[in-house]
Design a protein around this ligand. Structure first.
Ligand code: GLN
Length: 307
């Protein structure tokens, strides 16, 4: 066992030191209501889950769901087909950047983990599953997260009411004919907001981390995604998972990871382990401030960097 209880407690203490740095997301009003002092680390090792801190507290998954959305898209299309609509290149712009769409080659979203990319993935899924799309996403999310999950109606509604930038992105993609003119804009956006509002605990995220790290197979031995799909997700997480901070994150932590503005960070490795952290105050890129520091500590202490 590499993640001893002692090391995890030490990491939590490091995280606590930074708890007042950064700020909770407030551009979605409902997100500003979370308790900013919650903090947690969960890990799965040798098939067992172990946590320190507030690991059962539920919060919204936010952008971490973009990994699940892309996984579902890969169940229906090859990456080479998806690349006609969304690239696999890192971005040097914030996750909700509008200018990025303008600047990118062919004007398609550069990757599926920025908002424009995830919205287009939802539009692609909506074409396949129609009004069942969110149910399919929720079910897949449950498989990744290790138990049945639900979403917060309040957060989804709050996202909808403050969705000016995401609306700009979808209309820009319609204007540029990346999305067909008959795209069901409201349905696609509603599905995206609900997906971002799925409630998770850090324990759930550790399970997701385990699935992606274990080549797609969950703790019960069920194949959630294929080995190849896991490889693609890990590669995208490593290069695009923490947005324009991905290069710094690679140096500081050295693990593929995906963050969300809810404060969770899910990591991935090539070991049969799972590792996730939570603390809701964010740095300016939208990544958990204490979360990054806890992972940095664990990475250095336990030699976790893959580079
Ligand atoms: N729901 C958020 C948004 O669309 C997700 C952003 C994130 O977690 N980075 O802005």
């Amino acid at each position: 066992m590499i993640f001893t209880e002692e090391v995890l407690e030490e990491a939590l203490n490091i995280g606590r030191k930074y708890l007042h740095e950064g700020a909770v997301a407030n551009y979605i009003p409902e997100l500003a209501k979370v308790d900013p002092n919650k903090i947690a680390i969960s890990k799965i090792e040798d098939g067992d889950l172990y946590s320190v801190g507030d690991s059962k507290v539920k919060y919204s998954i936010q952008s971490i769901v973009k990994v699940i959305l892309y996984a579902l898209a890969m169940k229906n299309y090859r990456v080479s087909e998806l690349k006609r609509y969304v690239g696999v290149r890192p971005s040097a712009k914030p996750f909700n950047s509008v200018i990025e769409l303008e600047l990118s080659e062919k004007k398609i979203p550069v990757n599926p983990f920025i908002n424009a990319g995830a919205i287009i993935i939802v539009a692609i899924l909506y074409n396949v599953y129609r009004e069942k799309t969110f149910d399919v996403i929720l079910e897949k999310a449950g498989e990744f997260l290790g138990e049945e999950v639900d979403y917060s109606r309040k957060i989804a509604q709050s996202e909808k009411e403050s969705s000016f930038t995401n609306r700009t992105l979808i209309y820009l993609m319609l204007a540029k004919e990346i999305l067909p003119s008959d795209t069901k804009v409201e349905e696609v956006l509603d599905t995206y907001f609900k997906a971002c509002s799925i409630l998770v605990s850090t324990e759930n995220l550790a399970h997701m981390s385990y699935v992606i790290s274990n080549n797609g197979v969950d703790l019960k031995g069920r194949e959630i995604i294929t080995k190849k799909e896991s490889e693609v997700l890990r590669a995208l997480m490593a290069t695009c998972g923490t947005y324009d901070y991905s290069g710094d994150f690679a140096i500081r932590v050295g693990l593929p990871a995906k963050s969300g503005v809810g404060g969770g960070i899910v990591t991935a490795s090539r070991n049969k382990t799972g590792l996730a952290v939570y603390a809701p105050r964010l740095d300016k890129h939208g990544n958990s401030y204490s979360g990054v520091r806890m992972l940095e500590y664990l990475s250095e202490k336990l030699d976790l960097s893959i580079y």
